[in-house]
Ligand binder design. Structure first.
Ligand SMILES: NC(=O)c1ccc[n+]([C@@H]2O[C@H](COP(=O)([O-])OP(=O)(O)OC[C@H]3O[C@@H](n4cnc5c(N)ncnc54)[C@H](O)[C@@H]3O)[C@@H](O)[C@H]2O)c1
Length: 376
């Protein structure tokens, strides 16, 4: 197993080399032709022959790369997670929306792994509560009140973090809000605020911390999207739009970093299903035995594991991988029929949102509802 683990450590480097080869090869083929000597007789034939050769090479490289990466993905499924995790002791981890729910749990878990925590939340009181829990466990924590819907506020707070704490190794964009009404009943300001918190804030935090990550070719950007970031749902138009945008941001930026050969900067996209934090209080699922409401502790643990393993995309629960694939192959009208059958049309009918005290404030909240689900 140790041998397997060490070969696992080699894999990202080898995979990066293959990706780099494929990129170089495709650049050669696609680049304009200033270096080519075109004017000799029959040079067109020669150029054509050469470009056929280049394309054949590229196809072979791509196929080898695909085979290798598929093998790597299979190995990652087989090898136990504990042999794949990176050591994050001493890392600086910044969590937005750390005052409650998933953000609070993530903060506590990374503190337990020996990370220096930087907690951002608009709600200073709740943020401090999280910090107290971490300090009681002997953790190192810095809190900042930051409204992530304010771009300049983000940039100012980011500067303070760099001055007081230093380089951020892992940035977790977690803060999120939801309105839960039909589009036409949703006030313009609520739509704007959702976009600012759920997606635009990600751009500003990334722009604040990514340059240094790129410079060092080291770091990790985590995007907390949602199952609603891959499946559009009734009465969640603005929320789904913002979460779909998170998926686009993550996917594009990962590709961009690959093209820049910055393979030391990792990206993880997390798409959990409804989680018992109180954010979606009152929403109902029709088949909780198939898609149960998830426990916050369980979701946070899955996200931490994904980050430690440099996993690119995480759906929780696993059945979401199948559901997303099904959506990809079904015609749009068929997919709508499936959604109606699953009760997704009535999902938000009894939604009330945060009306009662936050359940995650209680340490007893850690009863895992995973699998035993009840309707939200
Ligand atoms: N709860 C779910 O069912 C669920 C499912 C999938 C994804 N998510 C996503 O997970 C993330 C965390 O959700 P949660 O359920 O823990 O929610 P939560 O409401 O428990 O926590 C969100 C935190 O973000 C903070 N926040 C809100 N607006 C802010 C702002 N402008 N600036 C700074 N902080 C702000 C809140 O104060 C709160 O502490 C969100 O992005 C959410 O969309 C939640």
């Amino acid at each position: 197993m140790v041998a397997a683990a060490s070969s696992e450590n080699q894999m990202p480097r080898m995979a990066n080399n293959i990706q780099a080869e494929v990129t170089n090869c495709s650049n050669n083929v696609l680049a304009p032709t200033p270096n080519r000597e075109p004017t000799a007789p029959n040079s067109n034939d020669q150029t054509e022959e050469r470009s056929y050769l280049e394309i054949t090479c590229e196809v072979i490289y791509t196929l080898i790369g695909l085979l290798y990466l598929l093998l790597e993905a299979t190995m990652k499924c087989i090898i136990p997670t504990k042999y794949q995790t990176k050591d994050v002791k001493g890392y600086v981890v910044l969590v937005t929306g750390a005052g409650s729910g998933i953000g609070r749990r993530l903060a506590i878990k990374f503190a337990e792994l020996g990370c220096k925590m930087v907690l951002w939340d608009i709600n200073g009181e709740l943020n401090e509560e999280t910090a107290v829990i971490i300090r009681q466990k002997g953790g190192n924590v810095h809190t900042f009140v930051c409204d992530v819907s304010n771009r300049n506020g983000i940039y100012r707070t980011a500067e303070k973090v760099k001055e007081r704490v230093g380089f951020v190794d892992i940035l977790i964009n977690n803060a999120g809000i939801v309105t839960g009404t039909n589009l036409l009943d949703c006030p313009d300001q609520a739509i704007i605020q959702t976009m600012q918190v759920n997606i635009l804030a990600h751009f500003w935090t990334i722009k604040a911390f990514l340059p240094e990550m790129i410079e060092r070719n080291s770091g990790h950007i985590v995007t907390i999207s949602s199952a609603a970031g891959v499946i559009g749902l009734n009465k969640l138009t603005e929320y789904c739009a913002s979460k779909f945008a998170c998926v686009g941001l993550d996917e594009s930026l990962r590709f961009e970093l690959g093209m820049l050969q910055k393979h030391g900067v990792h990206m993880t996209l997390a798409c959990p299903y409804y989680t018992d934090t109180g954010m979606f209080e009152g929403a109902q699922t029709r088949f909780p035995s198939i898609l149960p409401v998830l426990d916050t502790e369980f979701v946070a643990e899955k996200i931490v594991q994904a980050i430690l393993c440099n996993q690119e995309v995480l759906y929780v629960p696993r059945i979401l991988y199948f559901i997303v694939a099904l959506k990809g192959v079904l015609p749009a009208k068929c997919w709508s029929l499936v959604l109606r059958f699953t009760g997704s049309g009535q999902l938000m009918d009894h939604f009330s949102g945060r009306t009662k005290s936050r359940p995650e404030n209680s340490e007893n909240h850690s009863k895992i509802a995973n699998g035993s689900g009840r309707a939200l």
